[in-house]
Structure formats: structure tokens, C-alpha cells
Design a binder for this molecule. Structure first.
Ligand code: 5GP
Ligand code: ZN
Length: 136
């Protein structure tokens, strides 16, 4: 199902022009217009799913394969030093467009971006508590 008010639905289905680097039956991969680095791409499903939790399992598998293909293209064509896959869900996690997407972000030595987090230092009992909650 598409959402007629969703910009990524329109882009994924070619109703709004985009800089497409790869396309298949279910996905369009475009260049992000506010890129973290040169070649930063977005994997967009052609159907509307708000986030990871709404993605059917078969779509998710195809999304992972499409992201891998896009990553391979980027690695082969640009002189990259590394690559991050990022996928945000919910505003607290930084999601600004509520149509599932995977960021494929090439990294360059000294590119000045900070995509990694600062590690915290929980006690053993805090780690045990969260592990217990997740297994309950
Ligand atoms: P989020 O923060 O939701 O994970 O990522 C949304 C991303 O989409 C951002 O990196 C932003 O630059 C990109 N973006 C938002 N609107 C457009 C658009 O109209 N065209 C393109 N190419 N990228 C967009
Ligand atoms: Zn959409």
C-alpha cells in the first residue's frame, strides 16, 4: 500500500524525480539530498511501511540484500575507506521521515562524521537486570 502524503512513497515510485543508483521490483535506492558523506544512499521500499516494526519479513530480507547491493556498488565505484548501515525508528532514534529506509553511508578516513555512540559503563547488576527483562 502507498501513502499519497508520503514523500518517500512518491520518490520510490518515481512520481518525484530522484538520483537513483539502483532499482528493483520492490526498492529504489537514491542519493540522500542531505548526505552525511559523498555517496550516502537510502534504500526505499516502493510500498509504505512506517518503520522496522511494520516491515513484513520477506520485505526486510529483500531490503537487506538491496542494501548489500548498493553498498557493493558504492564500494566499487567510490574510493571509500569504510561503510555504515543505519536504520532509524521513531523520533527518539532520529527518524524524520516515517517511511522505512536504510541509510547506506560510505565512510572516508577523516570525514569528520560521528555515527558511532559513546559507550556507557553499566554495572554487572544493571546488565543482568536488562538481560532478565528481555528473557522474561
Ligand atoms: P531519517 O532521519 O528519517 O533516518 O532519514 C531521513 C533522510 O532522508 C535524511 O538523511 C534526509 O537528508 C533525507 N531526505 C529527506 N527528504 C528527502 C528528499 O526529498 N530527497 C532525498 N533524496 N532525501 C531526503
Ligand atoms: Zn511512504
Amino acid at each position: 500500500m502507498k501513502d499519497s502524503n508520503c514523500i518517500f512513497c512518491m520518490i520510490a515510485n518515481g512520481e518525484i524525480p530522484s538520483r537513483t543508483i539502483l532499482e528493483n521490483e520492490r526498492f529504489r535506492v537514491i542519493l540522500d539530498n542531505g548526505p552525511a558523506t559523498r555517496g550516502h544512499a537510502l534504500v526505499l521500499p516502493k510500498e509504505h511501511f512506517a518503520n522496522l516494526f511494520d516491515m513484513p519479513e520477506d520485505w526486510l530480507k529483500d531490503a537487506a540484500v538491496t542494501a548489500q547491493q548498493a553498498a557493493g556498488r558504492i564500494r566499487d565505484k567510490l574510493s571509500i575507506d569504510g561503510l555504515n548501515i543505519v536504520q532509524n525508528n521513531g523520533e527518539a532514534a532520529g527518524q524524520t521521515v516515517h517511511h522505512f529506509h536504510i541509510h547506506v553511508i560510505p565512510r572516508y578516513k577523516d570525514d569528520g562524521q560521528k555515527i558511532l555512540w559513546s559507550p556507557r559503563h553499566p554495572s554487572d547488576s544493571e546488565l543482568d537486570a536488562v538481560c532478565g527483562e528481555l528473557n522474561a
